[in-house]
Ligand binder design. Structure first.
Ligand code: C2E
Ligand code: CA
Ligand code: CA
Length: 288
């Protein structure tokens, strides 16, 4: 109590030293996260996407944080915190602008000029009243071709205010930007809503792909997603594809595109394969 008073009002001190240590670590983490944006500690890594002919068609941008310029922190560790404290808004805009700048740079390289760029959008980011303008600003500032940008939304964003969601998506689609529905099958999309959304692609969640060869339920779900998507005139991409057998099975059920460690891990732009030499998929990573 004395420590809390000494530190000023509206603060807490835990009696249990272990709890205090956890609280301190969390506060330091949050402070570093804010500073990280100012200090340009964030990076985009890119994971390739391939079509059913094995051709590299584009990438998904995946955010990384090099905390204090040192170790790389994966997004599962900081995105929930950035969502809770609102930092995801400037961070999400940085991701959009950086991804668009990269797209523009690739447009000048003949063998990468047609690559698409998938960008993850957080629920809070999409809910901003001026999100349409945010996307427009990123495109305008970078000079990227909107037709090569694909925004990944999740089902949880599509539950409330469906009219507002559809209107926003249509306004962004009018720029030429496409939408993919990420982690599909893990949420609660109603089919009637799905039909109304201006989507281009469904992304089969990697949890179904993981056991697709051994769990008949997952195989049935994947088949159902492909059939549903094609009936709605949408394309299907499977994420988390780690083996040739999984790719072959997914190809067999009509999946249009793939992403996963079998084709390549997320890497920096410089480490991405040269598509002219990348006809063969990367060898699978041995289990650890
Ligand atoms: P996600 O959008 O589902 O991204 C795919 C995740 O699966 C990535 O994890 C990727 O590294 C991982 N992955 C790719 N291939 C395989 C595979 O073959 N096997 C397995 N087991 N995993 C694979 P990562 O990069 O750690 O990202 C985790 C999540 O963080 C993402 O899931 C996404 O929800 C979120 N995220 C990443 N970048 C951003 C961003 O820029 N903005 C927002 N709002 N969220 C992001
Ligand atoms: Ca994603
Ligand atoms: Ca996903």
């Amino acid at each position: 109590m004395y420590q809390a008073k000494a530190a000023g009002r509206n603060t807490m001190r835990f009696f249990d030293p272990a709890l205090q240590a956890v609280a301190n670590a969390f506060i330091a983490f949050e402070r570093d996260l804010r500073l990280g944006l100012e200090r340009q500690e964030f990076e985009l890594h890119y994971q390739v996407q391939v079509d059913d002919g094995g051709h590299l068609t584009g990438v998904e941008a995946l955010l990384r944080w090099r905390r204090g310029g040192q170790q790389l922190v994966p997004p599962v560790q900081f995105i929930p915190i950035a969502e809770a404290n609102g930092l995801i808004l400037p961070l999400g805009q940085w991701v959009l602008e950086t991804a668009c700048t990269q797209l523009k740079a690739w447009s000048l390289q003949p063998n990468r000029a047609r690559w698409t760029m998938a960008v993850n959008v957080s629920a809070l980011q999409f809910a901003q009243v001026d999100f349409v303008e945010c996307v427009g600003r990123a495109l305008h500032k970078s000079g990227a071709n909107p037709a090569l940008l694909k925004l990944e939304l999740t089902e949880s964003m599509l539950i409330d205010d469906i009219e507002g969601v559809v209107a926003k998506m249509k306004a962004i689609k009018a720029y030429g930007v496409a939408f993919s529905l990420d982690d599909f099958g893990t949420g609660y999309s109603s089919l009637s809503i799905l039909k109304r959304l201006p989507l281009q692609q469904l992304k089969i969640d990697r949890s179904f792909v993981h056991d697709i060869l051994v769990d008949p339920n997952d195989a049935v779900i994947a088949r159902a997603i492909v059939a549903l998507a094609h009936n709605l005139d949408l394309r299907v991409i499977a994420e988390g594809v780690e083996s040739a057998e999984q790719r072959d099975f997914l190809t067999g059920i009509g999946c249009d595109a793939f992403q996963g460690y079998f084709f390549g891990h997320p890497v920096t732009a410089l480490e991405l394969p040269d598509p002219l030499r990348a006809a063969a998929p990367a060898p699978p990573v041995p289990p650890v």
